[in-house]
Design a protein around this ligand. Structure first.
Ligand code: IPD
Ligand code: CA
Ligand code: CA
Length: 263
């Protein structure tokens, strides 16, 4: 497999898709909801996924695609080469703010992350990594992450996990929030993974993410030495919804040991 060719191809596809998204703001956007009233999807999410599926299907017919909007393949395993795509991660931001959303793509070979991309479309910020070759932010190599104690760390967390919820005991999470330097919530798991990878925040956690939210970002994060696991400390399977944490090495242990108590 020539990963260099696939890498160049994927980058140009993502840039083209980003351009399409920016142009879409000049036309009417249809907003729909999926699982519940606040789970938004637009015709642009769908068009962008279809654009990827069509191109990849034409140029790499033996590759599979796992995409949020369902135009790719139905997969029961990650055997073969699988492109895991979120055409717009942060759809609520896309609809309400016209910014703070990203295209997220991870390319896996038999379940091993080979190439990862996060494109913050409106900032034109491109994060990418190839397994074993380091991670880059706008073509500048990202340094390996060093450890940070929790008291000096910024934690990416959505306020829902600080309130009573069905996945995790929320009292320890309140303690986590009180013990760190500050919290942030950007509304796009992919952007939060990119921010951990580039040292803008120190950890990000969520109790419920889908494969396409994290597939690209995990490859980037691993290349800078961040730990990416489920809340049980396991490797995410990337085949359904899972709990998830990405953090600098020592910080991952500190958060997991002291503050995560699954129900
Ligand atoms: C969502 C975003 C959000 C996260 C949700 C995801 P979407 O993805 O990543 O930050 O909290 O769990 O579903 O629906 O905008 O692609
Ligand atoms: Ca998403
Ligand atoms: Ca999405």
């Amino acid at each position: 497999m020539n990963w260099g060719i696939i890498d160049r191809y994927a980058k140009s596809l993502i840039k083209e898709a980003g351009h399409k998204i920016r142009v879409s703001f000049f036309s009417h956007i249809d907003i729909d909801s999926k699982a519940h009233a606040n789970d938004l999807v637009t015709n642009i999410d769908r068009d962008i996924e279809r654009f990827f599926v069509k191109r990849i299907g034409r140029d790499f017919p033996d590759h599979k695609i796992l995409g949020e909007e369902g135009y790719g393949s139905e997969l029961e395993s990650l055997k073969g080469i699988v492109w895991i795509l979120d055409p717009i991660d942060g759809t609520m931001n896309f609809v309400h703010q016209k910014r703070n959303f990203a295209i997220s793509l991870g390319i896996y070979a038999d379940g091993i992350g080979m190439l990862g991309y996060i494109y913050d479309v409106m900032r034109d910020d491109f994060y990418h990594a190839a397994k074993g070759e380091g991670a880059y932010f706008n073509d500048e190599r990202l340094p390996t992450l060093e450890t940070t104690p929790l008291r000096e760390a910024i934690i990416g967390i959505n306020a829902s996990w600080v309130a009573p919820n069905r996945y995790v005991e929320h009292e320890p999470i309140i303690e986590l929030v009180k013990s760190c330097r500050g919290t942030r919530s950007y509304g796009s798991a992919a952007i939060e993974l990119a921010y951990v990878s580039s040292g803008k925040i120190d950890a990000y956690l969520s109790m419920r993410l889908s494969p396409w939210d994290i597939a690209g970002g995990m490859i980037i994060a691993q290349e800078v030495g961040a730990l990416t696991t489920t809340m049980k400390g396991e490797k995410p399977r990337l085949l359904g919804q899972e709990t998830f944490i990405v953090a600098r090495p020592g910080l991952h242990k500190e958060i997991m040991e002291k503050y995560i108590c699954l129900k």
